[in-house]
Design a protein around this ligand. Sequence first.
Ligand SMILES: C[S@@+](CC[C@H](N)C(=O)[O-])C[C@H]1O[C@@H](n2cnc3c(N)ncnc32)[C@H](O)[C@@H]1O
Length: 268
Amino acid sequence: MNRSEIALNDDYEHPDSLEYVLESVLMPSDDSLDFERLADEYNSVLLNQCQCNGACEKSEICPHGGQYEYPKDGIELVLKKFSNPVIECNDLCKCSRNSCSNRLVQYGPRKNLEIFDSPVYGSKGLRTTINIPEGGYICEYAGELLTASEAKRRLKINEELGLMNYVLVLNEYTSETKQQVTIVDPSRRGNIGRYLNHSCQPNCHIAAVRIDCPIPKIGIFAARDILAQEEMCFHYGGEGQYKTLAYGKTCLCAAPNCTGFMPNTAIE
Ligand SMILES: C[S@@+](CC[C@H](N)C(=O)[O-])C[C@H]1O[C@@H](n2cnc3c(N)ncnc32)[C@H](O)[C@@H]1O
């Protein structure tokens, strides 16, 4: 199977109330300076293209390569390591789309995903109808890209009205220093990624994936082999909150290590 077979026309069904977007989009302008900065970044192009004429498999040769691999006996390109931010080759790179093995998220969500009524969570969830290998790409968590102040405003409204919260904050660090914060809200405009619930023992992880823009896409990947019909979940709070969570909304994940609480969406 090659990538064009696992990937993907994003033609998933969605509720009428949602504007379905194929990738994250900029929030409406609120005329703030923060919005201007966000819009500037959103409209910027990531440089550092590769000059490869091969498959971009090795980091020694391709400046972005070596992050995905075909596992032994595997037929599907998978993410090797969850800790590193990923940069995929893009249209400005010299490599060929057909031979490059450093392109995955840019082809869109995988097929065979299904929105369903999750008995565990008592609300919608996302499951797969086929087996997915560890590291396999699921979909982007796509929605509106928000400034911190707009995210705080929406979180307050959600809280006050008792609405479900879809705002996700991706913090990227270089050792101890926070480098970049990406905030995505698929509550009004989003894709199939908005249906993944939180679990304290998740079978998926998220990763920052850049293609041609300095703002990363939030890529969701299988943290282990996932069987057909399994619901897919990730940890909303990231690694840092695994052990320390001691307050918040009641968590329904029912994992053996469940803290009893859902991570709060923290925006500094
Ligand atoms: C991103 S949405 C997930 C999809 C959602 N279940 C739906 O029906 O659209 C996040 C919301 O789902 C619910 N949820 C997700 N994980 C949960 C958990 N572990 N425990 C309780 N509720 C959860 C909460 O209402 C949360 O605000």
